[in-house]
Design a protein around this ligand. Structure first.
Ligand SMILES: Cc1ncc(COP(=O)(O)O)c(C=O)c1O
Length: 429
């Protein structure tokens, strides 16, 4: 590899062609949306159990068809479609009956809703550290954080890389903990050919605009437990108004929200599910090509799936080591790549305990739920330093490529590899 002048110093950039946003919406989705609109009903949910056709407590035909399709694809027994993964996470915490006096172990290096979900019901989030290889919760750190108050773990399959569910489920069994799997970024990822989301009590998926498959906003919960699915249905749709219906009469009072997805969006989501396999195959091929392309550089170590698992790489995360790139800082390295036409994102999110919400321990008025009598003995801590791996990835090592997905192709991956080669050679020779 010869040393060429870097674009940041006035050389010719490797690439000037713009990168494209992932967008797999096509004619099929258009037709599906039209079909739903032409039915004359944008939603067929009704917040009461008494029959009032065509309205229904369980939603209309598009929502129910989406649930059926997701049952067939995921292998879970029950699916409850909701209007976002955030709604799904909140509903999961409520369905499992978590609340005041309980602690829930969560990841600090993920989307905020995962750590907020317990707070909505009065439970206290406790942050365990993550594995540097996958970005997912580290079973060793989970176990260290179990107290007599711990009732559940919210595991995130971060970046589409499956978490170590064998070890996590063993800890859950040992301590009698519930497990919610956040699969928002992990559509179709598997462990031993079994979909993530089916190992714990409830799995939660997202159809938001940024995800592998999308309908703008949307989500779904999967579970093998009939009773949990009934509770999820109640929380989705004003459960307090249906507790007297025969089907739900065995369930204690439950307050519901409006987490209902509209019919046109449910129709679009069905078409997206049909495309999932093909979209994932493209992602996986591009990410694996990049992994192979950077293997010769000691400064870049991809985060990746563990044996017997298949990641579906929502993004392509890597760790960057300044000391193996001639002392070039992470920000200088990304600036050089950017000038070559190859954007990488530094860091991902700040560890969640650094948010004012946790620093000030105030989610609701008067410091609730931390100040609630049931929670006052919780030893949950939110100081800097509690999750050193998450902090190191955030502050020093993490780099993300967001473009290894449809409609990009292998030619685009080749540009990324060429630019990385050029920058690393310039920095190390
Ligand atoms: C890991 C994770 N969990 C939950 C969510 C929330 O998803 P939604 O936007 O569907 O509420 C996201 C979305 O960014 C996410 O990445």
């Amino acid at each position: 590899m010869s040393k060429e002048p870097l674009a940041i110093n006035g050389g010719t950039p490797v690439r000037t062609k713009p990168w494209q946003e992932s967008n797999a919406l096509g004619e099929e989705e258009k037709r599906a949306m039209l079909r739903a609109m032409e039915s004359g009903h944008l939603s067929l949910f009704q917040g009461a159990y008494k029959p009032a056709p065509p309205y229904n407590f369980l939603g209309g035909p598009e929502v129910q068809a989406l649930e059926k399709m997701a049952v067939d694809m995921t292998g879970a027994k029950h699916v409850v479609v909701v209007n976002s993964a955030t709604s799904g996470l909140y509903a999961a915490v409520g369905a499992l009956g978590l609340g005041y006096g309980d602690e829930v172990i969560v990841s600090p290096y993920t989307m905020s809703a995962c750590a907020v979900a317990p707070l909505i019901y009065g439970a206290i989030p406790v942050f365990a550290d993550i594995e540097e290889t996958t970005g997912c919760l580290d079973p060793v750190s989970i176990e260290k954080n179990v107290t007599k108050r711990t009732k559940a773990i919210i595991v995130v399959h971060q970046f589409g890389i499956p978490a170590n569910m064998n070890a996590i489920m063993a800890i859950a069994k040992k301590h009698n903990l519930k497990v919610i799997e956040d699969c928002a970024q992990a559509w179709g990822a598997t462990i031993g050919h079994q979909w993530v989301g089916t190992f714990g009590d409830i799995g939660v998926f997202s159809f938001n605009v940024h995800k592998t498959i999308q309908c703008g906003e949307g989500g779904l919960c999967i579970t093998n437990d009939k009773n949990l699915s009934l509770r999820l249905q109640m929380i989705r749709n004003h459960g307090e108004a249906v507790v007297e219906a025969a089907q739900y009469a065995h369930i204690e009072n439950i307050i519901g929200f409006n987490y209902r997805l509209t019919e046109p969006l449910a129709a679009v989501a069905q078409e997206q599910l049909k495309k999932l396999k093909q979209l994932n195959a493209a992602r996986i091929a591009m990410v694996e090509a990049l992994h192979a392309g950077v293997a010769r550089h000691r400064c870049l170590v991809p985060m990746h799936a563990q044996p017997e698992t298949q990641a579906t790489y929502y993004v392509c995360p890597m760790r960057y080591f300044t000391e193996h790139c001639g002392g070039t800082s992470r920000s200088a390295f990304t600036a050089m790549l950017k000038a070559e036409g190859i954007p990488f994102v530094e860091s991902y999110v700040k560890p969640l305990y650094e948010l004012p919400l946790f620093k000030t321990r105030t989610a609701f008025t008067k410091g609730y739920p931390w100040t609630a009598p049931e929670n006052k003995d919780s030893t949950a801590r939110y100081e800097t330093g509690i999750c050193p791996t998450a902090e190191r990835l955030y502050a020093k090592e993490m780099l993300l490529n967001m473009h290894l997905c449809h409609p990009q192709t292998m030619d685009d991956v080749a540009d990324i590899i060429t630019a990385i080669d050029k920058v690393v050679v310039a920095c190390t020779s």
